[in-house]
Design a protein around this ligand. Structure first.
Ligand code: DGY
Length: 319
């Protein structure tokens, strides 16, 4: 019997995932590391599965052009704001993603950004390079994490992983907001509050919520206006949760103390973007899950999702 056909969206997937897929499927691998949507659409007809990496928008148009053979789409990411999940499922196509295996790596980047932003690491480096260091008791003072109030917007698995990693820093209080109180909140002794309450009371605001219609542009002028002047804002979720202009303004006008971003809108950020000129911004280029082990694990889970779907078994992480 011939093996099912799977299209792999680029040729630089960790081999652990590809090797697993090859045991059960015939692979078409699109050459290059960043195929266009058109290249993918040209290649996809006749395939049973699609291994997706990158944030190509999988919507009704895409599915129409992909044709009727497609049985499963597996995105090598935890986030799935680029997928029209209801439409994919309505067409009887199974769909999976790769959460959980990246929780620790993303949480580590969140803590890194929070510490660096609180302690003005980027600004210090700039001053050092410019020969402008000063030996004064009031120079380059940062914010304490010990005893602070940390507000987490979205206490899902990643939000919880961040909180757990911050506990040893002797946080004074955890707040969180979302749709409803969660058991995880009780687990870390966190208080469930409204978004406004969280913004007004937190010294650190950490965004770990998915990008949805509700959260798009949630952090606007009004939101930054409610935050404390000493507040440090961290976003490891999706850039679209923040109105970038509002954040630039808040940082420039020192409405908040500093920010740390793994994600931005737009992404990638143009090299001449305002954000890159701000001394009180720590920024990395969406590397939350970028460790050797985590990316291997993501590739394996994404491959297993496809194999399970094609064998009519439950996906490891279905959507
Ligand atoms: C994820 O897995 O969602 C990461 O943000 C990479 O897209």
């Amino acid at each position: 019997m011939s093996k099912p056909k799977v299209l792999v969206a680029r040729d630089d997937i960790p081999s652990a995932g590809l090797d697993l897929l090859r045991t059960k499927c015939e692979l078409t691998i699109i050459p290059g590391a960043s195929p266009t949507r058109e290249e993918i659409l040209r290649a996809i007809p006749g395939h049973d599965g699609f291994f997706l990496v990158g944030h190509h928008n999988i919507n009704s148009d895409f599915l129409d052009m992909a044709g009727p053979s497609l049985k499963v789409i597996s995105t090598m990411s935890a986030g799935y704001d680029h997928l029209d999940v209801p439409e994919i499922k309505r067409r009887g196509i199974k769909v999976g993603h790769t959460p959980v295996v990246l929780n620790a790596a993303v949480a580590e980047v969140a803590v890194m950004l929070l510490l660096n932003a609180a302690r003005r690491a980027h600004e210090g480096r700039l001053l050092l390079e410019a020969g402008k260091t000063e030996n004064k008791p009031q120079w380059l003072l940062g914010q304490d994490i010990r005893g602070s109030t940390v507000g987490i917007v979205g206490l899902g698995m990643i939000g919880l992983a961040i909180a757990k990693r911050l506990i040893p820093f002797e946080i004074g209080r955890f707040l969180y907001t979302g749709h409803s109180p969660k058991k995880a909140g009780d687990e870390i002794g966190a208080e469930f509050v409204s978004l406004d309450d969280l913004l007004e009371r937190s010294d650190f605001v950490v965004v770990a919520t998915p990008l949805t219609i509700e959260t798009r542009g949630l952090f606007d002028d009004a939101a930054f206006g409610k935050m404390k002047k000493n507040a440090v804002f961290v976003n490891i979720a999706r850039g679209g949760v923040v109105k970038t202009d509002a954040l630039v303004k808040a940082l420039k006008e020192n409405k908040i103390f500093a920010a740390g971003l793994d994600v931005t809108d737009p992404e990638p950020l143009p090299t001449d973007h305002e954000l890159l000129k701000l001394p009180n911004l720590e920024i990395v280029p969406h590397i939350g899950s970028a460790t050797v082990k985590t990316r291997n694990d993501m590739a394996v889970v994404a491959a297993q999702n496809i194999i399970n779907a094609l064998e009519n078994k439950p996906l490891v992480y279905p959507l």
